[in-house]
Ligand binder design. Structure first.
Ligand code: SF4
Length: 348
């Protein structure tokens, strides 16, 4: 909300279609006006009511007296030598978040943030080191898509919640953002093209798995035994791998899709064949794919990149013992835009 002098103006960015229709009615308009406004904001990226050409002038004037459409400010844009781009966005309260656009031959993926900082505090992650400031609102999540789409020559085809923050700790806003992104009157992105990534916060995970629709689920394992996992991921102390695997199984049945497991290979920590054996045993019987990610060094953190030979051996042990295992090439390392490197800091 902002104060226009006479009255508090309401921010429409972040309302889903049902809320927008209700809001239109609250102004004495017909509910379809809400749908029109929804389409202008989320499909056309319009920020000014005067640009909504199928809405009459008196209604547009009424809207601009009562409401506004917020937008993230882009403070910095860094382009990697591999073509990915990291955006540093400033929120209305001055906090910063980061999003990374990753163009590939077959698709264009946007990695979005869902929190300012992150309370999970994973030992290998730059975001975890900056602490937690606040949850993002649904509008601030969707706006990362709208802002980046405006600058991207190609259409964004996939969204992954793998930026700053833990989605299961801000689930209401994450799901609302997904609903808006998926809406036919909005960006109309298929649920299958949106992936929620989590370290496995059980309460949120259970809730998500109860009704996942067709949204993708990626669970960050990073270790196949509870003891090591609890050392790397502090919230894992209250969640056992057995419970997480139960939810992964339930997800595959409910969503009718494979689960993804992310495994960050930390040199000398979790990259041995003994670790690979434990991993195969852990995921036995779960239709899934495993994404292996080489650790990207972060200044000040006590981990190193795994040896290339060990990475290949790890993958070769997994496959064909598991349904699918691939080494995911990290993108944007030179701009600190790869997994675990986002810190939302504005450095001169
Ligand atoms: S890895 Fe994910 S959950 Fe862990 S601290 Fe980083 S952003 Fe948070």
């Amino acid at each position: 909300m902002i104060n226009s002098g006479k009255m508090e103006k309401i921010d429409l960015k972040g309302m889903d279609r049902a809320e927008m229709q209700e809001y239109a009615q609250s102004l004495g308009l017909q509910s379809f006006r809400g749908r029109q406004i929804f389409r202008w904001i989320y499909q056309e990226g319009v920020l000014d009511f005067s640009g909504m050409s199928d809405i009459g002038k008196p209604i547009r004037e009424k809207l601009s007296e009562a409401a506004y459409i917020s937008e993230l400010a882009c403070d910095k844009k860094l382009v990697s030598s591999d073509g990915s781009t990291k955006f540093l966005f400033r929120l209305s309260d001055g906090n910063h978040i980061e999003s990374v656009l990753i163009p590939e031959a077959q698709r264009v993926t946007l990695c979005v943030s869902c929190q300012v900082g992150c309370p999970a505090g994973c030992l290998f992650c730059a975001t975890g080191r900056m602490g937690f400031k606040r949850n993002l609102k649904a509008g601030e999540i969707v706006d990362q898509f709208l802002r980046v789409q405006r600058e991207s020559k190609r259409r964004i085809s996939n969204i992954v919640f793998m930026g700053m923050g833990e989605p299961m700790l801000n689930l209401d806003n994450v799901l609302k953002a997904c609903r808006i992104l998926n809406d036919d009157y909005g960006p109309s992105l298929s649920q299958k093209k949106i992936t929620i990534s989590t370290v496995g916060i059980l309460k949120g995970l259970k809730r998500f798995v109860s009704n996942p629709g067709k949204l993708g689920l990626a669970i960050s394992l990073h270790a196949a035994d509870d003891e090591l996992r609890q050392r790397l991921i502090p919230p894992a102390k209250s969640t056992s791998l057995v419970d997480i695997m139960d939810e992964a199984k339930r997800y595959t049945k409910k969503a009718g899709r494979r689960a993804s497991f992310e495994y960050l290979l930390l040199g000398g920590v979790n990259d041995s064949i003994a670790d690979a054996k434990k991993l195969v045993k852990l995921i036995e019987g779960i239709p899934c794919k495993i994404n292996l990610i080489r650790y990207n060094p972060v200044e000040g953190l006590p981990f190193k990149k795994p040896d290339e030979e060990k990475v290949i051996k790890f993958r070769d042990y997994l496959y064909p013992r598991v349904y699918a295992a691939m080494i995911r090439e990290s993108r944007g390392i030179d701009i600190q835009g790869a997994c675990g490197q986002l810190a939302g800091q504005q450095k001169d």
